[in-house]
Write a protein that binds this ligand. Structure first.
Ligand SMILES: Cc1cc2nc3c(=O)[nH]c(=O)nc-3n(C[C@H](O)[C@H](O)[C@H](O)COP(=O)(O)OP(=O)(O)OC[C@H]3O[C@@H](n4cnc5c(N)ncnc54)[C@H](O)[C@@H]3O)c2cc1C
Length: 428
């Protein structure tokens, strides 16, 4: 799949970047120019740490330039589930991290004049069944009680203020969430890295990683090498087999999106009046929003058991969009695209350093538009602290990666994710 996204088609102009040739030396080499890698480089360069980023394709070519642009608070799991899993103190710290990550994007955007339509209009979690609304109400109470954090419940009768649809049974609103044009943020962040003195090579896939006699890391591409003191792998769901252990700990799951033609402003406004980012509580969820140029961008699962072809998946998604918004029956679909979302065994992000010296952060489970920028900042801080000999502390830190048992990246397993995760929960 991987067709052109609405974000790529409507992106700000970007300058061409060269590919790596010959030997280059720096303090830190970062592999992957998505939000994680770019944010790491940005924060390292801000502290005068010489950084080179290697990108196999172009800036933002992975999940970062092709996502829904929903910058959401929280994680895939509810905060009350995280209290059970991690304890109250850790869960409180994690919620705060997710809020910090949104504030960080806002401040980077402002400080560097990044034109990416960042706006804080909140998100709506739409209840697919009446029982889901009850669960959202319980979560609202837990958030208030344990986190002193407020979200607002919308009953079905009040839903027209939020969505012009009969498809849902109410929902929950979090005003802190935001949205942006994800490709423009990636391009702006890349320019900010370069303005701070960092270097980004495009069309430069890292082929191998070795250590030389002085224990420096040597990353080879087809036509060049980067020799550095530290290595960051920020390849998330696009990791392939670059690092043998990382590839066995990340599950890439295909997600697909469509975007309508530009709609009359009044129509776009009437469908999602408060201009929020929306996702629903279905197992194979839908997520959608208005774009800055008045389209509806609508996403869903691209999971396939191998029986369906891509065209059928996009047609199904379009049919889902029309079920939610019957008024879009005649709207032309101008863009259809796909991408890979990174999941870990716990469906929580990982950040840390392996015994072989590799720093990593990945596996945001559909919440990386927000969290990855903060993770990049934390990776940069970890590297700097290490140079000063200080420890780290953060509930997502993990220093030993456990390969996922019986894991195969074949589409059949991905199609059966629900059962696979039940199995993992059972054996963990
Ligand atoms: C369709 C879709 C919709 C999504 N919607 C949302 C959303 O609305 N909200 C949300 O929070 N999250 C969403 N996500 C997830 C979000 O996009 C990711 O969590 C986030 O972009 C991760 O950023 P990253 O920098 O870690 O990884 P990526 O952006 O994937 O970057 C990894 C980069 O590494 C490069 N790379 C890989 N191997 C090599 C190599 N050997 N050498 C050099 N470079 C290499 C890749 O080309 C890629 O550019 C969505 C994802 C998809 C696919």
């Amino acid at each position: 799949m991987d067709l052109v996204s609405v974000w790529e088609a409507t992106a700000n102009p970007s300058k061409p970047r060269s590919s790596l040739e010959g030997d280059h030396y720096c303090d830190v080499v970062v592999i992957g120019a998505g939000f994680t890698g770019l944010s790491t480089a940005y924060h390292l360069q801000k502290n005068n740490t010489r950084t080179i980023v290697l990108e196999q394709s172009k800036v933002g070519a992975g999940g970062s330039g092709r996502n829904g642009g929903q910058i959401l608070t929280g994680y895939l799991h509810s905060m009350s589930a995280l209290v059970k899993q991690k304890g109250l103190d850790a869960a409180r710290q994690m919620l705060q991290m997710s809020l910090d990550s949104i504030a960080l994007i806002e401040s980077i955007t402002q400080e560097n004049g990044i034109s990416c339509s960042f706006q804080r209009k909140g998100h709506l979690a739409a209840a697919y069944k009446p029982s889901h609304l009850e669960e959202l109400k319980k979560e609202q109470q837990a958030l208030q009680r344990d986190f002193n954090y407020s979200v607002k419940i919308v009953e079905k009768r009040d839903l027209p203020n939020e969505l012009k649809t009969d498809f849902y049974f109410g929902g929950s609103i979090d005003e802190t969430s935001a949205s942006f044009h994800p490709m423009n943020y990636a391009l702006g962040l890349a320019e900010a890295v370069e303005n701070q003195g960092g270097t980004i090579f495009e069309r430069s896939p890292a082929r191998s990683i070795e250590r030389d006699a002085q224990n420096r890391v040597v990353v080879k591409t087809e036509h060049g090498r980067v020799i550095a003191n530290e290595l960051v792998i920020a390849t998330n769901a696009y990791s392939g087999n670059l690092h043998p252990l990382i590839s066995k700990t990340i599950i890439p799951v295909e997600s697909i999106m469509i975007a309508t033609e530009q709609l009359p402003e009044k129509l776009a406004q009437s469908l999602i009046p408060q201009d929020r980012s929306v996702y629903d509580t279905k197992y194979m969820l839908y997520y959608f929003r208005r774009t800055p140029d008045n389209r509806i961008a609508f996403g869903g699962s691209g999971r396939t058991t191998g029986k369906r072809d891509a065209r059928e998946l996009f047609l199904n998604l379009r049919a889902g969009m029309v079920k939610v918004f019957p008024e879009l029956e005649k709207a032309r679909i101008e863009y259809s695209w796909s991408g890979k979302v990174g999941f870990t065994r716990e469906r929580l992000p990982y950040i840390g350093k392996l015994k072989d010296g590799t720093h990593f952060a990945y596996g945001y489970a559909g919440h990386g538009a927000a969290m990855s920028t903060l993770m990049g900042k934390l990776l940069a801080a970890n590297i700097r602290r290490e140079q000063r000999g200080e420890g780290r502390q953060n509930p997502l830190e993990i220093n030993e990666l456990r390969p996922i048992p019986f894991y195969s990246q074949s589409s059949k397993v991905v199609g059966l994710m629900k059962y696979y995760y039940k199995f993992l929960d059972y054996i963990s």
